[in-house]
Design a protein around this ligand. Structure first.
Ligand SMILES: C[S@@+](CC[C@H](N)C(=O)[O-])C[C@H]1O[C@@H](n2cnc3c(N)ncnc32)[C@H](O)[C@@H]1O
Length: 289
């Protein structure tokens, strides 16, 4: 790219008040996301996403679109990025409000309850996604929708459904998983990344912890954490024929930490499939537990 064009791109990136994802736009321009490029690459590696040639991909909760753009780079034939929540927010304004609340010890309210920062009519929080989409010349399709309240039939089904960092933000996680299963094609795979937790001496029980208000990370949109048996059972109950834990700290480490501390939080990646047995699940299986 010419110097002037690169400077123009840099200026457009700088004009976005808040970036969640660090996205490489080429020519040394990387968006300054809260999630660093190194972290995102590590997260991508743990997904076991494989070759996406010829596949259709739905990225639910796409935010700035890092995973959707990666899916496109990995050869997916069709990629749909769906979001509405952060896209409806004045992200810069809300971030400043949240910092003020933390400093003053006041509870942080959910963004959609705060008229000052909630703008579903103009979608200011989509600016990061739009900037990256244009800079990359991406053909990722955009759907502005609440996944919990949209017509799933018109969305269709996809070979790969990415549900990353969303489940524990759902008030109704089992319903959410049912909806994820409904948009996963019969031989497809849903890749689910979530907050998870081991509780002392209880891995034989299916346990979820409910978090009230903003008690986790001063974020009032965090509702749940799940232990391993609960996550797998919920996937099965939601309509997936099988679910496997792809990535998590080794089971013995979780047990030991939970024994010492009562509870230990971790991030888990699950693969869930509508079919009882698929080559996608077999080939991408690398259980670290
Ligand atoms: C923690 S962010 C995760 C972003 C990205 N998937 C990642 O892993 O980096 C959660 C995302 O889910 C989106 N989200 C939350 N509820 C949603 C819903 N009901 N429908 C669609 N998107 C939703 C939020 O707007 C936000 O962009």
């Amino acid at each position: 790219m010419e110097g002037e064009i690169v400077e123009d791109l840099r200026a457009r990136v700088d004009a976005v008040p808040f970036w969640w994802h660090s996205i490489d736009l080429g020519d040394g321009v990387v968006t300054p996301g809260v999630k660093s490029a190194t972290l995102l690459q590590a997260e991508l590696d743990t997904l076991g996403i494989g070759d996406l040639s010829g596949k259709s991909v739905l990225d639910i909760g796409s935010y700035d679109g890092f995973y959707a753009f990666q899916a496109e780079r990995l050869g997916a034939e069709r990629v749909v990025a769906l979001d509405h929540y952060t896209w409806s927010m004045d992200l810069g304004g809300f971030d400043a409000y949240r910092r003020r609340c933390i400093e003053s010890g006041t509870p942080v309210e959910e963004p959609h309850t705060l008229a000052d920062y909630w703008r579903p009519d103009t979608l200011p929080g989509r600016r990061g996604f739009e900037t990256a989409h244009a800079a990359l010349g991406s053909e990722v399709e955009v759907v502005v929708a609440d996944f919990m309240d949209c017509d799933l039939a018109s969305l269709g089904t996809f070979d790969v459904v990415l549900y990353l960092g969303v489940l524990y933000h759902m008030r109704h996680p089992l319903l959410a998983l049912e909806r994820v299963a409904a948009v996963t094609s019969p031989r497809g795979t849903a890749m689910i990344e979530t907050l998870a937790e081991s509780f002392r001496a209880s891995e034989r029980h299916k346990l979820c912890r409910f978090m009230e208000g903003d008690e986790l990370n001063s974020d009032a949109s965090n509702w749940w954490s799940f232990n391993e048996p609960a996550m797998l059972a919920m996937c099965r109950e939601a309509g997936f024929a099988s679910a496997t834990l792809q990535r998590a700290p080794a089971r013995w480490k979780r047990r030991a930490a939970a024994l010492a501390r009562g509870t230990v939080s971790y991030r888990a990646v699950l693969h869930a499939s509508r079919a009882a047995d698929t080559s996608v699940r077999k080939s991408s299986r690398h259980h670290s537990a």
